[in-house]
Design a protein around this ligand. Structure first.
Ligand code: FES
Length: 161
């Protein structure tokens, strides 16, 4: 896939750098904007950001690999985030994630987000989704699902794009 930043986005990012005493301080804002535009941070996006900010690509990679909100791989159309923090763990979130993974043919033991080959679903464990009282909790794209059972998980998959 080719990587091309629109003139509009580039102009917005160029303007953004004027708000910082040094260009490299805009690195995180660049990465957020590029991820919003392209869905993930590709090697090309890293190169582009480094060039724009007068950095080496490794300086940008350090940020991409350090902060968990940055993704280096494209997500599936339906992004299933299963909370693994204490309340949800005690309420069985691991078995809910296993259920999603088994239904989708993904490895339930993987530690990183997994995407189905058709690009329809990504499943991952995340930390607290701030709805601990109704554990186990699953965030599907922007929709929060509470007290998730395997039956609810099946309904979520059936409604996936
Ligand atoms: S522990 Fe799962 S939402 Fe807080």
């Amino acid at each position: 896939m080719s990587f091309a930043v629109s003139a509009q986005l580039e102009a917005r990012l160029d303007e953004l750098t004027t708000h910082y005493p040094v260009k490299r301080s805009a690195s995180l804002m660049f990465l957020h904007a590029l991820q919003e535009e392209f869905g993930h941070i590709s090697p090309e996006a890293v190169e582009w950001t480094a060039k724009k900010l007068g950095l080496q690509p490794i300086n940008v990679y350090e940020l991409v690999t350090f902060y968990p909100m940055f993704r280096q791989e494209p997500l599936g159309k339906t992004h299933v985030k299963v909370c693994r923090t204490l309340s949800c763990a005690l309420a069985g979130s691991a078995s809910i994630r296993d259920h999603f993974c088994k239904k989708l043919g993904l490895d339930p033991h993987a530690h990183t987000p997994q995407t189905t080959p058709d690009g329809k679903f990504t499943v991952e464990f995340v930390e607290c989704l701030a709805a601990c009282g109704t554990a186990p909790v699953v965030l599907v794209n922007e929709n929060l699902h509470e007290q998730v059972t395997t039956a609810k998980a099946d309904a979520i998959l059936a409604g996936g794009k």
